[in-house]
Ligand binder design. Sequence first.
Ligand SMILES: NC(=O)C1=CN([C@@H]2O[C@H](COP(=O)(O)OP(=O)(O)OC[C@H]3O[C@@H](n4cnc5c(N)ncnc54)[C@H](OP(=O)(O)O)[C@@H]3O)[C@@H](O)[C@H]2O)C=CC1
Ligand SMILES: Nc1nc(O)c(N)c(N[C@@H]2O[C@H](COP(=O)(O)O)[C@@H](O)[C@H]2O)n1
Length: 243
Amino acid sequence: MAKPPSFLTAIFEEDIKIKEERPKVTLTFAQSLDAKIAGVGGKQLILSGRESMVMTHWMRTVHDGILVGVGTALNDDPQLNTRHLPAGVPHSLPIPVVMDRRCRLAVDCKLIRNYAEGRGKQPWVIYSKTEDTEVLERKEKLESSGAKIIESDENNGFFPGVSGVLRTLYSLGIRSLMVEGGAQIIDSFARSGLVDRLVVTVAPVVVGPLGIGYTLDPASLARLSFQATEGVGIDHIIGFLSK
Ligand SMILES: NC(=O)C1=CN([C@@H]2O[C@H](COP(=O)(O)OP(=O)(O)OC[C@H]3O[C@@H](n4cnc5c(N)ncnc54)[C@H](OP(=O)(O)O)[C@@H]3O)[C@@H](O)[C@H]2O)C=CC1
Ligand SMILES: Nc1nc(O)c(N)c(N[C@@H]2O[C@H](COP(=O)(O)O)[C@@H](O)[C@H]2O)n1
C-alpha cells in the first residue's frame, strides 16, 4: 500500500463536531468472514494481510492515543506502534493507553519494555480507584516500571467507564483516540454511542465457531453512516463516519 485509500483519508479529514469535552474516537478492528477477531481460546490471529496492516499502522499515526483493553494487552502483548510503515518517513506515534481497572498489565510487557528501551511512548494505564491492597501493589509496580497510572473519572451509569475515560484522556491532551479492541472494549465503546469513526477490516478467512467474536447491539452505532467499502490487498475495508 503506497498510500492510504482515499476514502479513508477523507474520513479522517472530515471535521467532526462534538459537544462533549472528549477525544474523537475511531473504533477499528480486523475480523474474519465469519466475524471472529481471534482464534480458539482467544489465540491472537493475524487476520489482516500485509497491505491492510500497513493501512492500520497509518491510521495509528493520525491519532494522539491508541487504546486497548487489558484482555488484549495480556493476551497479545501488543506494541501498538507504527513499525510496518516505511522507515525514514517521519510520522507521529500515538500514546498507548490500556483500560485496566485492576492494574493487571504485566510489568514486563512490550509496551513497558519498548518505553524503557527508548523505542516507544510511555504507556498509560487507566485504573479505577480502590482500597484493594493487591491492586495497589500492582499499581505501584507498574508505576515503578515506567507506566503512567491514571485514575479514571468513572461515570458509571449504563456504559461503565467509557465516557469517564474519554473525559480523563481529553483533560490530558488526547484529542483523537484509536480504539483497537478487544471484544469487550468493542462492545463497550459501541454501546457508549461515543464512536465517531468505525473502520473494519474483513479478511478472506474463516475461523470457525470456536473463535472469539464480538457483539454490536443494532442500535449502538446509530450515529454512524456507511461511507465506503474498498479492497486493500486481499482484504476489504468498511468505513463509517458520524452523521
Ligand atoms: N482482530 C482484532 O482486530 C483484534 C483482536 N483482539 C483479540 O481480542 C481478544 C481480547 O478481547 P477481550 O478478552 O474481550 O479483552 P479486551 O481487550 O476487550 O479487554 C477487556 C478488559 O478490559 C477491562 N476494561 C476496563 N474498562 C472496560 C470497559 N469499560 N469495558 C470493557 N472492558 C473494560 C476489563 O478488565 P478489568 O475489569 O480488569 O479492567 C475487561 O475484562 C484477544 O483474543 C485478542 O487477540 C484484540 C484486539 C483487536
Ligand atoms: N488490524 C489488525 N489486524 C489484525 O489481524 C490483528 N490481529 C489486529 N490486532 C490488533 O493489533 C494489536 C497488535 O498490535 P502490534 O502488532 O503488536 O502493534 C493487537 O493487540 C490488536 O489490538 N489488528
